[in-house]
Design a protein around this ligand. Structure first.
Ligand code: FES
Length: 162
């Protein structure tokens, strides 16, 4: 069963007040929601529904259509792996599978221990280093499956010693 995360909805109320009556603002509201909470919480969907008059199903339909939205809190290590053209032709699809094998998560998911979250993105702006990923603010290029496995191992060990 999915864990339900309680969140403070006050900051979202301010966002909704700012967008009150603004047509076509649902994506902007969802982006602000994710900025506030690092993901789109279920409680936020119901509040957005109450304030905008859109059904929760419609809001979730929009949110799940875009890969930028996440539905669980971001991990301590936020991994963004690129599947833009340069990365794709250099094997990024296979590398995405490595994360699933190593961490047991797919796109927009977070490991149960809250350590890693994974997002598949379109381009990280450093195509000459393809295939590329970022972990938090740091870029890792010329990736291989072995590099990824080693890095994940190091981050886990680092975390255990903190
Ligand atoms: S296509 Fe991957 S960084 Fe540009």
């Amino acid at each position: 069963m999915a864990v339900k995360h309680r969140v403070d909805l006050a900051p979202l109320e301010d966002v909704l007040a700012a967008y009150a009556g603004v047509k076509g603002s649902l994506i902007s509201i969802l982006q602000k929601t994710q900025e506030i909470y690092s993901y789109v919480p279920e409680d936020a969907v119901y509040l957005i529904s109450a304030r905008t008059g859109e059904s929760p199903a419609k809001i979730m339909g929009v949110a799940t259509f875009y890969s930028q939205f996440r539905f669980a809190p971001a991990g301590k290590y936020q991994i963004q792996i690129c599947k833009g053209t340069a990365c794709y032709v250099n094997g990024s699809e296979r590398l995405i599978d490595v994360f699933t094998e190593e961490l047991g998560i797919g796109n927009n998911e977070t490991t149960p221990d809250g350590l890693f979250s994974l997002n598949v993105v379109s381009c990280l702006g450093c195509c000459s280093l393809a295939p590329v990923m970022m972990i938090n603010d740091r870029v890792y290029g010329l990736l291989t499956a072995e590099k990824i496995r080693r890095l994940l191992r190091e981050l886990r060990e680092e975390d255990e010693t903190v």
